[in-house]
Design a protein around this ligand. Structure first.
Ligand code: TXA
Ligand code: MG
Length: 313
């Protein structure tokens, strides 16, 4: 299949309405969209990404009027969190509308809902005139794409259209919060920090118990990993220089001799650069990537989660 590249949201939306797959930018990472009410197109998302069928998709909305078509109830927790963070990088897990195709949520009775704030994403979603189911636009297991060129590297020839935009501003995925229980449970840390959620709903906490984690199928799968080995260290001095060794962190090694070095001037900058750096390391034939740990507060919690997952083989 020939993949078309366009910077026109209307043109990209026309492909989606015709039943095709379209990658598009959001403030977190690029998504791979299909009409949430077209089971055939939804099935092709799993094929294009080589995604396990038990991993549900997030449904993206242009505006609140689309909620009634995709969820069957709106708990008080969800109303408060939506008021505070929609549009934005937050996904809420809610009771699923019975008419939504079951493949969207991998057979679960719930559905993840998100309303992006990125202007190109909003223009695209408005032009689609239907809720858009979209996972991150990477091949399964690869780092999420933060540029349209990363989408091209993973999906060119497999999807109808890539809506090109600037590199994503956040660089990590949305925070996923389960709102089907008494208190909001964070199933995946992400762009909205736990502290921000707790400022709005103080009882909000991380899912930790095994039955809570089972509600979060995505976190069972290997994720976010480059081909290179990832090693976490506290200080640049703990990393060994070498032509096939790379470094990313808030500090910079004194020692010369690293193949690639990426200094970051804040945790947010580190988060924005991480996945693209992983891809650059793979392209450069790097064998070991040394990543500096950051404190697990604010966005640092999600950054450390992604770094820890990237070390898993
Ligand atoms: O920032 C993001 O969230 C990006 C952009 C494109 O919106 N999307 C994204 O999608 O990261 P994906 O499919 O790569 O990750 C979705 C995560 C997975 O961990 C999945 O298991 C979880 O959300 N999820 C989706 N629906 C769920 C549900 N009904 N119950 C529990 N977890 C769900
Ligand atoms: Mg993903």
């Amino acid at each position: 299949m020939e993949t078309r590249y366009t910077d026109q949201p209307e043109e990209a939306a026309a492909w989606l309405r015709a039943g095709e797959l379209v990658a598009f930018p959001t403030e977190t990472v690029y998504g791979l969209g299909a009409d949430a009410f077209n089971p055939d197109a939804l099935g092709r998302i799993f094929l294009a990404k080589e995604r396990p069928a038990d991993n549900p998709l997030i449904v993206h909305l242009a505006h609140r009027d689309q909620l009634d078509a995709v969820v069957s109830a709106l708990p008080a927790t969800a109303i408060v969190l939506m008021e505070a963070f929609f549009p934005g990088p937050l996904t809420l897990v809610l009771p699923r509308h019975p008419r939504l195709p079951t493949v969207v949520s991998a057979g679960l009775p719930t559905v993840g809902i998100r309303m992006p704030q990125h202007p190109v994403a909003q223009a695209f979603l408005h032009a689609c005139h239907t809720p858009v189911a979209a996972p991150s636009a990477n091949r399964s297991g690869r780092p999420s794409p933060t540029t349209w060129q990363a989408v091209r590297a993973d999906l060119d020839g497999r999807i109808a259209c890539i809506l090109t935009g600037p590199p994503t501003a956040v660089g990590l995925e949305s925070t996923v919060v389960d709102c089907t229980g008494r208190i909001p449970l964070v199933l995946r840390t992400g762009a909205i920090a736990l502290e921000q959620l707790q400022a709005v709903w103080p009882e909000t906490r991380l899912a930790t118990a095994p039955d809570e984690l089972r509600r979060s199928p995505g976190t069972r799968h290997r994720h976010y990993a480059p081909r290179a080995l990832v090693r976490l260290v506290d200080h640049p001095g703990d990393a060994q220089p070498g032509a096939t060794h790379a470094w990313i962190g808030l500090d910079v090694p004194d020692a010369p001799g690293f193949g690639l070095v990426q200094p970051c001037d804040s945790v947010a900058d580190y988060a924005r650069r991480l996945f693209d750096f992983f891809r650059r390391c793979d392209a450069a034939g790097i064998a070991v990537i040394f990543c500096q740990r950051v404190p697990t507060e604010g966005l640092g919690l999600a950054l450390m989660d992604r770094l820890a997952r990237a070390t898993l083989r």
